[in-house]
Design a protein around this ligand. Structure first.
Ligand code: PMP
Length: 421
């Protein structure tokens, strides 16, 4: 297997788990909160496909919906009834959603949102924040990892490392996060040119960082006074922090938001949702929105089954996610304290981050970049040896399939991994 992958797959492996440790993880199958590898090892999984498996891997209602849909058509590339039902449900769940368009992956939905913002306002520029990740398409890529260092200061690299160039970079303005003064200055400097400000409402790509109290309200006000749209990239936070995403969790409404990952139980569906007055630029044909696989029926069937559960069983689902997440956060912090390792654990709970640092808090990308990430890489490898799979940078995703016993076993494995370092 390893030799075949080395020979035929660019880079030799298709997954980044263990790559950092130099030992690839080949997944054989996944169910509930667990993964099995090709050698028969079992892992408690806190990567969950980078977030999508919020109900655990292969939840029965999603498997049933997908199986039933396969018999009714795998591709339509046309409108269908389930698409309208999912759009209706999504608009009922997400506070700022009045109209929806579906795509396949998150990067596409971000691209659609940025295009719409430019078309709607007639302005060229997008303002984004340091360390926030919005997908891997060239116009949205830079200031992200890998390499993480490219997510650094608010300057404009001439090109993304490893790409031919970055012609659109001139239309990107990059700002430090959690700093209203910096945002205000940049919006004044680019007055009349910024189509939209885009943010991860809770930063999850370089740490798991909630905005300072009042910060996003301030961002909302600055957008309104400058005539710029506010876009929430809820690809991670959507349906994970609350049925209505981070906008419900934090009580701030964007004009547009994008969803992906958790909305379809692991199937590939993303959504651009927003205020009718903006989204109607798509309806009127002023702004194009295309894609062969948009609203693909299997993904939509999975989204319908998933969103029904998240909506109708919200107390149970979110009660479990927060309880398990916070138990695990507490357990890991105690294990580190017992081992005498300076480690910070922070985040909402359904997703959280551990950092090796002596700092009392991590509040933005620059703080994150100052933590000991080499040590995190070693921990990642040591945890795999103990049967625990976390996102290599130290991020943990919870699912409703994780039990109290899983959390206890994870804390024990974590202590063993720390000692082995
Ligand atoms: N935005 C955010 C906040 C993300 O975390 C990601 C993926 N990790 C994306 C966009 C891109 O989504 P995808 O990988 O599905 O294209």
């Amino acid at each position: 297997l390893y030799t075949t992958a080395q020979r035929y797959i660019a880079g030799g492996v298709s997954s980044d788990a263990r790559r950092m440790a130099g030992v690839p993880l080949y997944v054989d199958r996944a169910a509930g909160a667990r993964l099995w590898d090709a050698d028969g090892n079992t892992y408690l999984d806190y990567v969950l496909g980078q977030g999508p498996a919020l109900l655990g891997h292969c939840p029965a209602p999603v498997v049933e919906a997908v199986t039933a849909q396969v018999a009714r058509g795998i591709v339509y590339s046309a409108q269908h009834a389930a698409e309208a039902r999912v759009a209706e449900r999504l608009c009922a769940m997400v506070p700022s959603a009045e109209r929806v368009r579906f795509n396949t992956v998150g990067s596409e939905a971000v691209h659609a949102a940025w295009r719409l913002a430019r078309g709607f306002t007639g302005r060229p520029k997008i303002l984004k924040f340091e360390g926030h990740y919005h997908g891997w398409l060239d116009p949205v890529l830079y200031s992200v990892h890998p390499p993480l260092e490219a997510a650094g200061p608010a300057d404009r690299p001439a090109a993304v490392p490893g790409t031919a160039g970055q012609p659109e970079a001139a239309d990107l303005v990059v700002c430090p996060w959690n700093d209203l003064g910096a945002l205000s200055r940049l919006m004044d400097e680019h007055a009349g040119q910024i189509a939209a400000v885009v943010t991860e409402p809770v930063l999850c790509n370089t740490g798991a960082i909630e905005p300072d109290p009042g910060y996003l309200q301030g961002v909302r006000e600055l957008c309104d006074s400058h005539g710029s749209l506010l876009i929430f990239d809820e690809i991670i936070t959507g349906f994970r922090l609350a049925p209505g995403g981070a906008q419900e969790y934090l009580g701030v409404s964007p004009d547009l938001s994008v969803f992906g990952k958790a909305m379809a139980g692991g199937m590939q569906v993303s959504a651009l949702a927003g205020r009718a007055r903006v989204m109607d630029a798509i309806s009127s044909g002023k702004v194009a929105h295309a894609g062969t696989f948009n609203s693909q029926p299997i993904g939509i069937a999975a989204a319908e089954a998933t969103l029904r559960i998240l909506d109708e069983q919200r107390d149970e689902v979110y009660g479990t996610l927060y309880a398990r997440g916070r138990e695990l956060m507490r357990g890991l912090a105690e294990a580190a304290a017992k081992a005498g390792v300076p480690m910070l654990v922070d985040g909402p709970g359904p997703v959280f981050q551990i950092y090796f640092t002596e700092a009392p808090a991590v509040r933005n990308y620059r703080d994150f970049a100052a933590t000991d990430r080499a040590m995190m890489g070693r921990l990642h490898a040591a945890l795999l040896d103990q049967g625990v799979n976390m996102v290599p940078r130290g991020l943990w995703f919870l699912s409703t399939a994780h039990t109290e016993a899983d959390v206890a076993a994870t804390v024990e494995a974590f202590s063993a991994a720390l000692s082995s370092l």
